[in-house]
Each structure stands twice: as structure tokens, then as C-alpha cells.
Ligand binder design. Structure first.
Ligand code: IPE
Ligand code: IPE
Ligand code: MG
Length: 254
């Protein structure tokens, strides 16, 4: 457990096991350059490629990114279809490289409303990378935290199981990886925007005004250095956690 006295400028001592990112600010990045919003999303794919590489180099085990929210359907039709097209394109371009680098892909989210072509692409990418074990990359697409909790509760009821915390932990969309240790949000907004509501109960939060297309390894290291200086108490006292590591809340990590 990192001590509180570590400053933000100390070298990264504690790398979070599971990093989640709300990749926000693509539209503003494009607007500043008088470009269409979709140009910002295209740059966002490059930023994600850089971030995956940086996470692999730092031995992050799980990276979970928010690519399209349940509420993003409310954007102009042109932007929504642009984002769908971009995902199809990114899958065909990136999956071979990700596979070579030992990345296992998952796409947590609601499949309803997605085109058969996109669903096929997601399924194929998941199957192709299923045996990889260097890092898990969860690309949350058509995902909402409220959708996730509701779908999990519905499944449990259908199975005749009791809706308990442990059962929900097993049934929500990130059950295969456990809860994030660090959530980064770019773009300057300080809100969750319906991302991992269930899973972020004890996640450390890091907000940066850096727009997502400008995000790089340096910004990631700033977030990690800040994380290394946090004291995670999980409801206990400071004295307790400095004597023995606190028990993780909700579920234990694999
Ligand atoms: C995040 O960037 C990407 C998606 C939500 C798909 P935005 O498109 O929200 O960018 P801003 O917030 O308008 O700058
Ligand atoms: C959150 O960003 C969703 C993704 C990054 C995919 P938004 O831009 O949709 O969030 P709000 O609308 O500003 O809360
Ligand atoms: Mg936004």
C-alpha cells in the first residue's frame, strides 16, 4: 500500500491493476481546430492505441474504456453513425496488432440496437483474442451503469436466484475482471456519466482537463503517480490500513 507522503512527482511506484477511462473531449478537440466532431473521434482512436501500448509497457492487467454510452444515441444521427463506422474500421485495423500483443478483447454493453455487421465484428474480435493473457481490454460500447445493474438483476430473477451483492458482482458486465482501481476522466468534466456505477464503489478517481485526443503516456503517468499517493481505506481507519492491507470491498480480484 502506498504511503500518503509520496508526492505526485515521485516515480510510479504502484501501478493500478485495473484502469478505467472515460475518454471525453473529442468534440471539443475537433471544434478548436474547426474540424467536424468525427475528426476528433478519429484522433481518439489514435489516443486509445497509444494508451493501450503505455498500459502494456507498465504491466496494467485490465484497461476498461468508455467508447459509447447508452445516452450517446441522443447525439445527431450523423455523429452516431460516424461512431459506429469508426468502431467497425478500428476493429479491422487494430485487432491483428492487439492479438499479436497478447490483448484479450471484451465489449461490455447492450447489444440491442447495434447492427448485425457490428455485432459480428465484436464477436469475431472476442473469439480471435480469447486465449490471450497479457492484458484485458474492455471496450464498453452501448454501455450504461444503470443498464448493467438492471440487466444483472433481471438475469438473477430469471435464474430464480436471490439478488445479493455477491450475485450482482458475478453478473454485472465486468465480472470477468473485477472492479477498477483507478478511473481517469479526460475532458475536464467531474462526473461519471453513467459509466461503471456498480463497480466504482471504491475506485480512486482522477480528473484531467486534457482532451482525450491529446492523452499520452505522460498524462497516464501523472494519473498513476497521483494514484500511488492515495491511501485506500475501504471504510477502515488509516491506522488499520497501514498495519495490514484492507479487505477489498464487493469482490476480490482474480
Ligand atoms: C467523447 O468525446 C467520445 C464520446 C462520447 C463518444 P465527446 O464527443 O463527448 O467530446 P466533447 O465532450 O463533446 O468534447
Ligand atoms: C461520456 O461522455 C461517454 C463516453 C466517453 C463514451 P459524454 O460526453 O457522453 O458525457 P456527458 O454527456 O458530458 O456527461
Ligand atoms: Mg463529452
Amino acid at each position: 500500500m502506498a504511503s500518503r507522503s509520496q508526492s505526485v512527482n515521485t516515480p510510479v511506484a504502484v501501478v493500478p491493476r485495473h484502469v478505467a477511462i472515460v475518454m471525453d473531449g473529442n468534440g471539443r478537440w475537433a471544434k478548436k481546430r474547426h474540424l467536424p466532431r468525427v475528426a476528433g473521434h478519429k484522433q481518439g482512436v489514435d489516443a486509445l492505441r497509444r494508451t493501450v501500448r503505455a498500459c502494456l509497457e507498465r504491466n496494467v492487467q485490465v484497461l476498461t474504456v468508455f467508447a459509447f454510452s447508452s445516452e450517446n444515441w441522443n447525439r445527431p444521427q450523423e455523429e452516431v453513425s460516424g461512431l459506429m463506422e469508426l468502431l467497425v474500421l478500428a476493429l479491422s485495423r487494430e485487432v491483428p496488432k492487439l492479438n499479436k500483443n497478447g490483448v484479450r478483447l471484451h465489449f461490455p454493453g447492450d447489444s440491442t440496437g447495434l447492427s448485425p455487421r457490428l455485432l459480428q465484428g465484436l464477436e469475431k474480435a472476442q473469439q480471435t483474442t480469447a486465449a490471450n493473457d497479457r492484458m484485458v481490454l474492455n471496450v464498453c460500447f452501448n454501455y450504461g451503469g444503470r443498464w448493467d445493474i438492471a440487466q444483472a438483476a433481471r438475469k438473477l430473477v430469471e435464474q430464480g436466484r436471490e439478488v445479493t451483492e455477491a450475485a450482482l458482482c458475478e453478473t454485472t458486465a465486468l465480472a470477468h475482471v473485477g472492479d477498477p482501481d483507478l478511473l481517469i476522466r479526460t475532458g475536464g468534466e467531474m462526473r461519471i456519466s453513467n459509466f461503471l456505477l456498480w463497480q466504482c464503489a471504491y475506485t480512486e478517481l482522477f480528473f484531467t482537463s486534457c482532451l482525450w485526443p491529446d492523452f499520452d503516456a505522460g498524462e497516464l503517468d501523472r494519473a498513476f503517480a497521483d494514484f500511488a499517493g492515495r491511501e485506500r481505506r475501504f471504510g477502515q481507519t488509516s491506522e488499520q490500513v497501514t498495519q495490514a492491507p484492507p479487505a477489498a470491498v464487493g469482490r476480490t480480484h482474480a
